[in-house]
Structures are given as C-alpha cells and as structure tokens.
Write a protein that binds this ligand. Structure first.
Ligand SMILES: *Cc1c(COP(=O)(O)O)cnc(C)c1O
Length: 371
C-alpha cells in the first residue's frame, strides 16, 4: 500500500518516522525503561525495545535501509566482522578509524581473520587485492585524512567478485551520503558522533538494504548474542539528535568550508585536508557522491609541538578526541600514535558562529613562536 509519506524526502522522514501513531500517544517515543515485558510482544529488552525500534525506524527511513541499533559504533563494527567465517580475509582501506584497525589486528592475532590493507584510491590495486577476500571495508570521508573513496566504482569491483562491502559512513552521516544506493552491503555509523550530536551518548548502527532481510536478521542476531544493546535513554537521545541532524550538519559544513579556505591561506598552515576545497584530491568525487562536504577537516602545521601549542591556546575550540557534537573540537591525532602526517590537527566543526571559531583559531595560529 502506498501512502503519502512514500514521496517525502529523507530529511522530512528524519522528522516524521519512528513516531507512535495511536490516539493520545506521545508525539515522540519516550524512553521505555524496562528489561522485561508482558509476554507476546518484545518480551525481553536485549531483543529490542520501543525506544530502539523508534530510533531504527527513523534512521532507516532517512538512509533508505534497515537499521539495527547498537550500544556503540565499535559494537556495530564487531557485529559485521563477527558474521564472517573463521579465517576470512578482510580487505581494508588504508585510512580507517583506528579502533576498527585495532579490532582487526586483534582478531588477526587470534587467527580469526586476516587483515589486508589496500590503498582504496587505487582501483586497480583494489581489483587485484579483492581476489580471495571475504569483505571489503571502506571509510569515506575517512578519519583523520578526510579522504574520499569512489564508492560506486569500489562496490562495482567488489560485486563482480561477490565480495560484500562495509562502509563506515560516520563522517558523512545520512544527510550527505547513502552508500546503500551506491552498492554497499553494510553501512556503519557511530551514532555517538553526529547523529547523537551533543557529546552525551554512545551508540552505533548498522544499515542494510531493505530487500536484504536476511542480512538484517544476521546483524540483529549478532546484537542479541553479544548483548550489545543500546539503553533506552541513549535511544531516546539519539532519536532526538536525529531530528535536528540536517540543520546541524548544514551549519557545520558551511562553517567548515569557510575555515578550510582561510586555513589554506594561512602562513602557519602547511596543508589542509577538506574535500570542499577545489584543490583537494577528493573534491570531484565528493561532489558526485555526497550532497555536501561535511563538517570534518584536518590541517597540518610545521611540527607536533606547534600543533600541541595551538591546541593549548584555543579558548572556544575544545581540545577533545570525539567529534560530531554541537561544539567545535580539535584533536592532534598523533597523540594516539596514529602515524598521521606531522603536525596534523583534526577539527570537528560545531555550530557556534563561524567568526568566533575563526577568531579563536587564528589567534592560536598567530602566536609568534609557531613560525
Ligand atoms: C567513533 C568512530 C567509530 C567508533 O564508534 P564508537 O561509538 O566510539 O564505538 C567508528 N568509526 C568512526 C569513523 C568513528 O569516528
């Protein structure tokens, strides 16, 4: 049966989906703080609750897939990887979230899988490396180099060899890109970041295509078996975050564009990584596969010491590792031994006034002893 809402845009569905619908029901799903239910319905909270269901319905409608919510992004990543047969080879793009990289190394060290890395901007290299792989793991835009990968081309290559593709789409959010439409098998979001959006919860989610019910069932089964189920308050807050996601992402990316351009012109800055800059290697690709360039950018200064100094001098910009919140945060990635380019600072642009963000950053960069 088709209904009026079938024609609504994803950003409208982000507001309307997941609502209770009975007369007298609350407009949005409140947190249901229950582990046990009267028999015959949800039964037991580890299998799903009204709170997780409402979040999954809204996110699924927004992204055009079936969503399964997890307690964290890492739990969501682990659920995808744990579905692979023992000894499987996972081919991963070289720049991916360090937590997932560490999880893969850990699983490899216990003989559970083989972790093979490829420069996923090199399609020919990926085509060769796909032989014998059981999964291709991509992240775009990537953390922390904001690298853009050609999802359509990579998914096509993988499909030809029957290899499922997982895409960590955390930086893009469902606002800017829909990897399922480009051929991805699994989409991962750390909902801790933009979806939650207020630095006050941890959650993750895996999305699969609506016509692949058995995949969604497998993911759901992993969640139930691992017990990686999100709490009711988290689901409630994440759904509330989802309702304003479009506005927050729009504001963050419009400011990120301004900041990236000004940073690129700044004498203390040696390099800027932001796909919104026409000089960025990912610019054309991002224009094609995303509806905007996002709120994450990275830049380099002369040395790690200079980067550290800058971060201790900012007043508005908070030095903190996480991202995707309403507040602008900055992070020196090499603090985590990440092997990022020297002096790299990653900025998660918030929704403060862009002139205040720039004034803060510019003052920290002007400091005489940086140059
Ligand atoms: C934070 C993050 C994760 C992990 O999510 P958690 O919610 O911290 O477990 C995975 N991928 C990316 C790109 C992230 O930024």
């Amino acid at each position: 049966m088709s209904t009026k809402s079938d024609g609504w845009k994803p950003s409208t569905l982000a507001i309307t989906a997941g609502r209770p619908s009975g007369p007298g029901d609350p407009l949005n799903q409140p947190p249901v703080l229950a582990s046990n239910f009267l028999a015959g319905g949800a039964d037991y909270a580890r299998f799903g609750t009204p709170s997780s269901g409402a979040f999954e319905e809204a996110l699924g409608a927004f992204e055009g897939g079936q969503a399964v919510a997890f307690s964290t992004g890492m739990a969501a990543a682990a659920a995808i990887l744990d579905g692979l047969p023992a000894g499987a080879t996972v081919l991963t793009a070289s720049n991916i979230y360090h937590g997932v990289r560490t999880l893969l190394a850990d699983m490899q060290s216990r003989g559970q899988l083989f972790d093979r890395t490829v420069d996923a901007t090199d399609l020919a290299a990926v085509e060769t490396a796909l032989d014998g792989a059981s999964m291709l793991w991509l992240e775009t835009p990537s953390n922390p180099l904001i690298q853009i990968l050609d999802l359509r081309a990579l998914c096509e290559l993988a499909a030809r060899k029957g290899v499922p593709v997982a895409v960590d789409s955390t930086f893009a959010t469902p606002v800017l890109q829909h990897p399922l439409e480009l051929g991805a098998t699994y989409v991962l979001h750390s909902a801790t970041k933009y979806i939650g959006g207020h630095s006050d919860l941890m959650m993750g989610t895996v999305l699969t295509s609506p016509d692949q019910g058995e995949l969604s069932e497998q993911i759901l089964r992993r969640r139930s078996l691992h017990g990686a189920f999100p709490g009711a308050m988290e689901c409630f807050l994440a759904l509330r975050g989802l309702r304003t996601l479009v506005l927050r992402v729009q504001q963050a990316q419009s400011s990120a564009q301004v900041l990236a351009q000004r940073l690129a012109d700044h004498p203390a800055v040696t390099r800027v990584f932001y796909p919104g800059l026409s000089s960025d290697p990912g610019h054309e690709l991002a224009r094609q596969q995303m509806s905007g360039f996002g709120g994450m950018l990275s830049f380099c200064v002369e040395s790690e010491d200079a980067a550290e100094t800058i971060l201790t001098r900012t007043e508005l910009i908070v030095m903190a590792t996480s991202l995707g919140g309403v507040e602008t945060t900055a992070e020196r990635r090499n603090r985590w031994n990440e092997d990022a380019p020297t002096g790299l600072i990653r900025l998660s642009v918030g929704i403060e006034d862009v002139e205040d963000i720039w004034a803060d950053l510019n003052a920290a960069l002007q400091s005489h002893d940086l140059q």
